[in-house]
Design a protein around this ligand. Structure first.
Ligand SMILES: O=C(O)CCC(=O)C(=O)O
Length: 246
């Protein structure tokens, strides 16, 4: 699958683009099922609010899986599939995309929590920032009600903002709200098996899941050969592992 010209332009002008139907719904279903079983098996050891969401009446459900690529082969099979890597290579001007890291962000029905506004490169510190892209694979149909991604269009062309830990959620680093131009906010609904791509400096968020459906997103982070990093965030990059394919 190749990126269409208007999607390519949209990505570089606005800082994000979505492509429907990269994977078949049944492929997304299979990975969503594995994600649920991996996250449920981790629930006992992961009681922190970083890993779980809690409803007002005390239910607990998984919020996040760290490093899924290292936990089950189903994730690697999906993410290294040529349908995805060709799209990424097209966005990166023909360069080979290299998988740096991944995470699965789960929003359980009715109480999946919000992910506040942030820029990925505040965490990653990759240079050049243009060579770091997130491909967010929808494992469910995702819309406003269950917490689709939202972007501040054009924010990838602006500097990285200072981020501070959110009170009560120190794992969420966020810029001050007065620095965010909400008039440029757009929603990015996408069907199951579709992928939303964003630039590492694009400001993005997702709201709480208010629906009766799951919202599971497989966020995969990509760079190109030769990128550098101000700190040690590349030290555990998958593409530097001896067993990384290719
Ligand atoms: O899945 C979400 O709600 C947030 C995802 C995100 O922040 C990311 O992929 O960088």
């Amino acid at each position: 699958m190749r990126i269409e010209q208007d999607k390519y332009r949209h990505f570089w002008q606005k800082g994000w683009a979505s492509v429907e139907g990269v994977f078949e719904p049944h492929e997304a279903d299979k990975v969503a099922e594995v994600a649920l079983s991996v996250s449920v098996s981790e629930l006992d050891e992961n009681e922190s609010s970083y890993h779980v969401d809690r409803s007002d009446d005390g239910q607990v459900a998984p919020r996040k899986i760290d490093t899924p690529f290292l936990k089950h082969s189903a994730f690697g099979e999906l993410v290294l599939d040529k349908r995805l890597t060709t799209l990424l290579s097209d966005l990166l001007g023909g360069k080979r995309p290299l998988l740096k890291g991944d995470q699965i962000l789960m929003k359980p029905p009715r109480f999946g929590s919000a992910k506040p506004y942030h820029q990925d490169n505040f965490y990653f510190r990759i240079h050049p920032a243009d060579h770091c892209i997130t491909a967010w694979i929808a494992l469910d149909d995702v819309d406003e009600a269950n917490g689709c991604l939202r972007y501040i269009e054009g924010s990838h062309k602006e500097p990285l903002l200072p981020h501070e830990p959110l009170p009560g959620e120190p794992y969420n680093l966020v810029p001050k709200v007065e620095l965010i131009d909400f008039s440029r906010e757009v929603l990015a609904p996408v069907g199951k098996g579709g992928v939303v791509f964003h630039h590492s400096r694009t400001l993005h968020t997702s709201y709480r899941n208010e629906s009766d459906r799951w919202r599971r997103g497989y966020a995969t982070h990509w760079v190109t050969e030769g990128v550098t990093c101000e700190d040690d965030s590349l030290a555990n990059a998958y593409y530097l592992r001896e067993d990384y394919p290719g």
